[in-house]
Design a protein around this ligand. Structure first.
Ligand SMILES: [Zn+2]
Length: 129
């Protein structure tokens, strides 16, 4: 079992992360988005399932940390932009993604609005276009 990370080469892959809270409404991974691939061997056939990097759960991070000693071992890691490598290293050491990463495209970060985050219920307010 291996892990890959890259910028999506097409917009045809689908995010296999948790449905609720996915950064994309229809779970499509847009071309150019940072995505994490999990390689599994199914009856000798290698398959990769993709998810948005932003949809990487603490569980997946934990699995990765068991499989590898450092994020640099993820295939493709060294091809990423420095800032993305930093994000991954940070998530790796934290064991989860920073909350405010999920609010893509918001230039400002801050911890306000943490108010009613009952995570396990319906906290995914999609981007209303
Ligand atoms: Zn997703």
């Amino acid at each position: 079992m291996g892990y890959l990370i890259e910028y999506a080469k097409s917009d045809r892959s689908t995010c296999k992360g948790p449905k609720k809270g996915c950064v994309s409404e229809n779970h499509t991974i847009a071309k150019g988005s940072l995505r994490l691939g999990v390689e599994t061997d199914i009856n000798g056939t290698n398959r990769v399932t993709w998810r948005h990097w932003l949809c990487t759960t603490p569980k997946v991070l934990a699995n990765m940390r068991e499989a590898m000693t450092e994020p640099e071992e993820i295939h493709g890691f060294d091809t990423l932009k420095d800032e993305d490598q930093e994000r991954i290293r940070a998530a790796w050491s934290e064991g989860e993604l920073p909350q405010d990463e999920e609010a893509e495209g918001k230039g400002s970060q801050g911890e306000e609005e943490e108010a009613a985050s009952s995570k396990d219920t319906e906290s995914s307010k999609k981007d209303d276009k």
